[in-house]
Design a protein around this ligand. Structure first.
Ligand SMILES: [Fe+2]
Ligand SMILES: [Fe+2]
Length: 380
């Protein structure tokens, strides 16, 4: 059965007895193709920075089966080591009604929902990056986007394996995320997948990964998030570079059209973190949970973090009319515009390098201990 095969990636073996059957949307979603495939006969390049990014994309390819320590254990009901008070509905009437077992179930579902959306977003990224390879007019961008297709395939592989092997539960794609992906892919203009994917979805994912990477006390999700973020930082930089060069060539009306897309997309993205599918599936009072999530201080703080990459990127690519600024002000995230995106992206790349260094150091220490033990037993 198809549902029995989807977690076979990387050697994971889930069975139907572990993975509960979920009545939901069909397992295949078809989106009509729009736009044109473009060839360029101009193979010479004058875009040094884009080529440098392409070189970096090639140099930093990696294999998830060897770089990630898949043997690290994960407790499905405490995937990230999240304290109770950081759970979205902590302190609500619904939370207070739950006994210890109910809270463990909620934790597993919340993690499954979150990582499922990351997984589906990554598949969206594979498709959008492939679309960019086809439709973008210049060869340098096709080169870079081709490396991104491979990066995104790796991310799908990783999240799929993590959900199947370590959480044992999955959720369908969130309707807001699906709607944004559909809008991007059914639009014939070549820059729209960039706006939807590189600016909005990846900008938001990068921020969400960052919050969880810095918060988690668990080594496996920390590795996964940090390594994927290292790739994502390049993708956001790519979108910014491509669009910053392109938008000054457009008319005011064409720019305003992109701004409308950004505003609508940001509201969609903001609302997708309310986890209504979880409250529904667990039989909670959905309205009450959503209302609690909306007004809770944790949600407000998390939302503001979520826009830490999107807002400076939108400013940098020049979609920065008073209308866009007032939408960000309405969402309470306008102050994120003052952040230096280059610095943020560099820090995201460095975090992965630090984890690699820690792992090397740990392996060296373990080897030393093993050698000392062997010497000691030799003398005894
Ligand atoms: Fe990705
Ligand atoms: Fe990406």
């Amino acid at each position: 059965m198809a549902s029995n095969q989807k977690y076979m990636i990387g050697g994971a073996k889930m069975t139907d007895s572990v993975l509960p059957a979920v009545a939901g949307p069909p397992r295949l979603w078809s989106v009509p193709m729009a736009g044109e495939a473009r060839f360029s006969w101009d193979y010479g390049s004058d875009r040094e920075r884009l080529l440098a990014l392409y070189q970096k994309g090639k140099d930093r390819q990696w294999d998830s089966t060897t770089r990630i320590s898949w043997d690290l254990a994960v407790d499905p009901s405490d995937v990230l080591g999240t304290p109770d008070e950081q759970m979205g509905i902590y302190g609500s009437r619904q939370w207070d009604k739950l006994g210890p077992a109910g809270r463990l179930t909620l934790r597993q579902h919340a993690a499954a929902w979150e990582f499922s959306q990351f997984l589906h977003g990554e598949q969206g990224a594979v498709v959008c990056a492939a679309r960019i390879v086809e439709s973008v007019p210049d060869m340098d961008s096709k080169f870079y986007a081709a490396t991104q297709v491979m990066d995104e395939a790796r991310h799908v592989e990783i999240f799929s394996r993590f959900l199947g092997e370590k959480i044992g539960l999955d959720y369908p794609i969130n309707p807001s995320l699906q709607s944004l992906l559909g809008d991007a892919l059914t639009d014939a203009r070549w820059d729209m997948p960039y706006v939807a994917m590189q600016v909005l979805i990846e900008g938001l994912a990068l921020a969400a990964f960052g919050v969880l990477r810095d918060r988690t006390t668990k080594p496996l999700p920390r590795q996964i998030l940090a390594y994927i973020m290292q790739d994502e930082a390049r993708h956001v930089a790519f979108g910014r570079m491509a669009l910053r060069d392109y938008y000054p060539q457009l008319s005011r009306a064409e720019v305003a059209d992109r701004e409308d897309f950004i505003i609508e997309g940001c509201y969609l993205m903001r609302d997708r973190f309310r986890m209504s599918e979880v409250w529904e599936r667990l039989g909670y009072d959905v309205g009450e949970c959503l209302a609690y999530m909306d007004k809770g201080p944790r949600t407000r703080a998390f939302r503001s973090h979520l826009f830490s990459r999107i807002v400076p990127c939108v400013r940098d690519i020049g979609l920065w009319s008073p209308r866009v600024q007032s939408a960000f002000a309405d969402m309470g995230v306008l102050d994120m515009a003052s952040r230096d995106l280059d610095q943020v992206l560099r820090a995201d790349e460095d975090a992965a390098e630090r984890i690699d260094a820690e792992k090397r150091e740990f392996a060296a220490r373990r080897a030393e201990v093993a050698a000392a033990t062997a010497d000691g037993s030799g003398e005894a």
